[in-house]
Each structure stands twice: as structure tokens, then as C-alpha cells.
Design a protein around this ligand. Structure first.
Ligand code: ADP
Length: 398
């Protein structure tokens, strides 16, 4: 059984083709600059990586090119595109409509379109990807896997904002949370690594990438998470501010004669976070190098990030009245031993003790806690594509 996983962005498209017998990746790649002149396809299969320039005015054209490469005579991993049994899509926002993955039907597409109001930048590309596959592979079943779904188990006290309640009723303003597929995957893997049923575990999962979010996972259910109505909330990120006093928005807008929308979309989403504080980079590798060389702004940005993370971890331990394990994942969580070390150092007071030798690693699954640590600390590389492929198989073929 072969499943294609598609993750459509506004001008990009990532894909992975799985052979579900053994859950192996047959091919994967990325199309960039869709809709601009000169799109680029980077394709990997059979241990080879190729880059191809082509024209791709839209996602359908991008997928056509991907299909050509997948079936190319001699080098393709498929003889015929008909070998694809199902397609799974990453879609960002399903609002309150779906608490788990679903088979795509015209009704589901309509429901997701309604949710686009809540995620105007992130949802339309996912829907575009679904439409393109519907056109190119009309007979092939499709499944939608949503970033918000895992967090639909949050209790009301976690998702209702302390603003007039009518805003929730009239406009659905509430905490939704994102990165749900990743938080779900790493919490399941953590339970397997700890050898305990997930139902008995209190976990704090830290997805630290370009966007970062923390989740409190109690008994396998998300009970709180740091991102909110949009992915702008929570800890500071690469270019996003994370939590701040909302009065800053109108103050900045008045002072500089710009709109509140400009402040939120441009300044707080794209020019803030560790990039904004350091004035240097949103990439933690650059910041760690600069801080090491004595750059104070880079050091300050990293400290603000580490403290933000530590505050959320402590808060979620309080929310769950305990924590069995802290899990680090995504680009920074999997790769930065410095950040893991700093955060854990500041959590010694509630029984976190890591072994620095075990922590000295990158991108591998590992328990890095000291044998006696009250709270276990795990690195779990995330694999959202695999979850999407598994959900697709489960929904289409069971
Ligand atoms: P995305 O959210 O786009 O999926 P990733 O999860 O791939 O992002 O994370 C990307 C980020 O991970 C980079 O911006 C960088 O800050 C960080 N990162 C990657 N490798 C390292 C490393 N070796 N040390 C520190 N940070 C790293």
C-alpha cells in the first residue's frame, strides 16, 4: 500500500511517498516558488537528491511535476501514478469541527473553507492542495489531518479567554492550539520509550522549531497548549513575539501611524521573537554561535527564549499537578544541546536532572535524564508525515 502525504504552503508544497509495508519513505521532496517565475523542485529518492527548475503557476502544476518525477522511466519509484492508494493532507485549522483526522468529502472541504476565516494565511493552501489532488487523482481517497485536532480535548477553562464570553459565541474566539500532530506523535513515542501506558502519564511536549509550542498532555489528551487563537501566542519564536501585553499593538500603531493589522502581521509575526531581540537572525545556530563569541543581543534573545520555555513547563506541571516527562522535539528541541541544558538546569528545583553526556547528541531519540531524575527528559524527533500516512491508512482502509 502506497500513501502520498502532501503539505501545501502558500507558495510551497512538501511531499512524502510512503510504502506502508514497513512504513518506509520511497521518495520525498519540496516544490518552492509556486506562483512565481522559476519554481524549484528538490526531490530525494533511492539515496539521490536532484534539483529541477520548472514553471509552476499553481499547486496543480507543481503536483503534475512531482508525479512526472515519481513515475520517470528509469529513475521513478512508481511505474504508474495509479499505484498511489490514498493521499493524506496536512491542513492547519479545523476549528471546532474536527477533533481527529477525516476522510475528505465535498462537505469537509466546505467546512474547512469556513475555518479559513480563522486562519486566512494557513488554511487556503491546504484546501488548494486537496482540490489539486481531486482534479489529478479523482478516484483516490483523501484524508485531512489537522494541526488543531489534537488540542480539541482541552477543557473549557484552558480554551476560553478571559474576555466577554459572547466573543466566543459570536466569533469563535478561543484557544485552538497548533502543531497537534507533532505533540500527539511525540507523546505516544514517549509513552513507548517509558514503557508505560499513556493513560497513566503526565507529559509536557516542547515542539521547538521556527514556530514553537508547548503542550500539557495528561493521560494522552492535550489539556493546555501555548499557541492560541493563532500561532502567534506562547513562547517567543524565531520571528514571532509570543505572548505580550495586547495594549502594545494599538500603542505601536498610533505611534508609528500604521494599522493594528500591520503591527500584528508584519511586526509581531515576522520581525519579532529572537530575530527582533537580537537584530541578527531567527536561526538558533547563528544565535548560539554569536552568543558564544560575545554578542550580547544574541545572548539576551536566547535567555528570553529559555526563560519563556521554562515558565511554560513549570506552569503546565502546575496545571497537571505533576509531570512525569518533558519531551523535546523539532529543529531546536532535537538539535540544540545548549537550549535543552539551559532549560533543564533551571528546572532542577522540581526534580529535573539530565545527564550532560547523554544530552550531547543531535537528532536522535534518547532518554537524557539521570537515572534518579524525578522527571524524565526525552528527545523525540517528530514525524508528522508518518502520523498523516498512518491516519490516512487507518481511515481509508479499516
Ligand atoms: P519548522 O518549524 O520550519 O518545521 P524546524 O523544526 O525544522 O522548523 O526548526 C528549524 C529551526 O531549528 C531553525 O531555525 C534553527 O533555529 C533550529 N536548529 C536546527 N538545527 C539546529 C542546531 N544544530 N542547533 C540549534 N538550532 C538548530
Amino acid at each position: 500500500m502506497k500513501i502520498l502525504v502532501v503539505n501545501s504552503g502558500s507558495s510551497s508544497l512538501k511531499y512524502q511517498l510512503f510504502d506502508m509495508v514497513g512504513e518506509t519513505v520511497l521518495a520525498k521532496g519540496l516544490v518552492e516558488r509556486i506562483g512565481s517565475q522559476g519554481s524549484v523542485l528538490t526531490h530525494q529518492a533511492d539515496g539521490r537528491k536532484e534539483k529541477m527548475d520548472f514553471e509552476s503557476p499553481n499547486h496543480e502544476a507543481a503536483l503534475r511535476k512531482v508525479f512526472d518525477v515519481l513515475t520517470a522511466s528509469g529513475t521513478g519509484v512508481l511505474k504508474d501514478i495509479k499505484e498511489i492508494d490514498a493521499v493524506g493532507h496536512r491542513v492547519v485549522h479545523a476549528g471546532e469541527k474536527y477533533a481527529s483526522s477525516v476522510r475528505i468529502t465535498p462537505e469537509v472541504v466546505a467546512a474547512l473553507e469556513e475555518c479559513s476565516e480563522l486562519a486566512p494565511l494557513h488554511n487556503p493552501p491546504g484546501i488548494t492542495g486537496i482540490r489539486a489532488i481531486t482534479k489529478l487523482l479523482p478516484e483516490v481517497p483523501q484524508v485531512g489531518v489537522f494541526d488543531t485536532a489534537f488540542h480539541q480535548t482541552m477543557p473549557k477553562e484552558a480554551y476560553i479567554y478571559p474576555i466577554p464570553y459572547e466573543y466566543y459565541e459570536r466569533h469563535k474566539i478561543r484557544r485552538y492550539g497548533f502543531h497537534g500532530t507533532s505533540h500527539r506523535y511525540v507523546s505516544m513515542r514517549a509513552a513507548e520509550m517509558l514503557g508505560k501506558p499513556i493513560a497513566n502519564l503526565k507529559l509536557i511536549t516542547c515542539h521547538l522549531g521556527n514556530g514553537s509550542s508547548i503542550a500539557a498532555v495528561d493521560g494522552g489528551r492535550s489539556v493546555d497548549t501555548s499557541m492560541g487563537f493563532t500561532p502567534l501566542a506562547g513562547i517567543p519564536m524565531g520571528t514571532r513575539s509570543g505572548d505580550l501585553d495586547p495594549a502594545i499593538v494599538t500603542f505601536m500603531a498610533e505611534k508609528d501611524g500604521v494599522t493594528a493589522e500591520h503591527v500584528v502581521q508584519k511586526i509581531l509575526n515576522k520581525q519579532s521573537g529572537v530575530l527582533g531581540v537580537s537584530g541578527l537572525s531567527n536561526d538558533f545556530r547563528d544565535l548560539e554561535e554569536a552568543a558564544e563569541a560575545g554578542n550580547e543581543s544574541a545572548a539576551l534573545a536566547l535567555t528570553i527564549f529559555a526563560n519563556g520555555l521554562r515558565k511554560y513547563i513549570a506552569a503546565y506541571a502546575a496545571i497537571m499537578n505533576g509531570v512525569d516527562a518533558i519531551i523535546f522535539t523539532a529543529g531546536i528541541g532535537e538539535n540544540s544541546k545548549e537550549m535543552r541544558s539551559r532549560v533543564c538546569e533551571g528546572l532542577k528545583f522540581f526534580g529535573v536532572a539530565i545527564d550532560e553526556e547523554k544530552n550531547n547528541c543531535r537528532g536522535i531519540e534518547r532518554d537524557i535524564s539521570m537515572p534518579g531524575s524525578k522527571v524524565r527528559v526525552l528527545i523525540v524527533p517528530t514525524n508528522e508525515e508518518l502520523v498523516i500516512a498512518r491516519d490516512t491508512r487507518a481511515i481509508v482502509f479499516s
